[in-house]
Design a protein around this ligand. Structure first.
Ligand code: ZN
Length: 253
């Protein structure tokens, strides 16, 4: 398979005023490593305490990153599951996802299409109010968790693509398998596990046409994780992966 068909998509999650300092640092760090524009996943009102429009300086920075070629993506609304959600879907699988895969941040995990649509509308309204630029074409649910019927609400609100752990789904029904490498920073056991797993996973997927690498602001609280991310990026580069900055042009089938 020609090298050019092996691609790497780097994303930075949880772009919000709460994480402004880390986000800035990571954007600069990626540029220093020669990573082309990345995907920046913007949370309109992180945990209900950080409405992005109340931070005009940060909004301007995000806007400018979008202008510079980064793909701005909508990433939930509060990035927090509502208190009522666990009572509505108490199944074992749901409980596992909720407690193990995310610390209660699977905001779209149990939302009906109507509730999801309401939050998407609020997100786009905040996007305009914050003057971040043209409305985003991509939506990534927090922790990649959502109900199977989310897509209809997304397409109705003008989005072109979304993704979960398995890959990317497009409005026209196309799907692109794309494993994702991401680090867990919540506790020492997860951090050690991630440092072992992520570089090995990147190596194991050396033949996959597209691999996603997702960075979270809290990763950068831990120098060992930063080194692991850098090592994993270098493995991707050694495999002659071509880093692509967005879903929009380079990888839309
Ligand atoms: Zn997130």
């Amino acid at each position: 398979m020609p090298d050019v068909e092996r691609r790497l998509l780097v994303s930075l999650h949880d772009v919000a005023p709460r994480h402004a300092e880390a986000v800035r640092r990571i954007v600069q760090w990626l540029a220093r490593l020669g990573i082309p524009p990345a995907q920046l996943l913007v949370v309109p009102d992180f945990h209900g305490k950080w409405p992005i429009s109340a931070y005009p300086d940060f909004c301007r920075e995000v806007h400018d990153w979008g202008q510079a070629g980064h793909e701005l993506v909508l990433h939930g609304y509060h990035h927090l599951e509502s208190q009522a959600a666990p009572k509505r879907s108490p199944g074992l699988a749901e409980r596992f996802k909720r407690s193990f895969m995310t610390a209660g941040e699977g905001e779209f995990l149990s939302l009906s299409p109507r509730e999801a649509g309401d939050l998407l509308e609020r997100g786009l309204a905040m996007w305009s109010q914050a003057e971040l630029g043209p409305w985003p074409k991509g939506f990534v649910p927090p922790a990649w968790l959502h109900r199977p019927d989310l897509d209809a609400a997304l397409w109705r609100h003008g989005f072109d693509w979304t993704e979960n752990h398995a890959g990317i789904r497009f409005r026209d029904g196309k799907r692109l398998a794309a494993p994702v490498v991401t680090w867990a920073s919540r506790d020492p056991v997860r951090r050690i596990g991630s440092r072992l797993y992520c570089p090995a996973a990147m190596r194991a997927w050396s033949k996959a046409p597209l691999v996603r690498l997702a960075i979270h602001p809290h990763d950068f609280d831990h120098p060992q994780l930063v080194r692991s991310i850098e090592r994993t990026l270098r493995i991707a580069a050694a495999d002659h992966r071509q880093a692509v900055g967005s879903v929009r042009s380079p990888i839309v089938p």
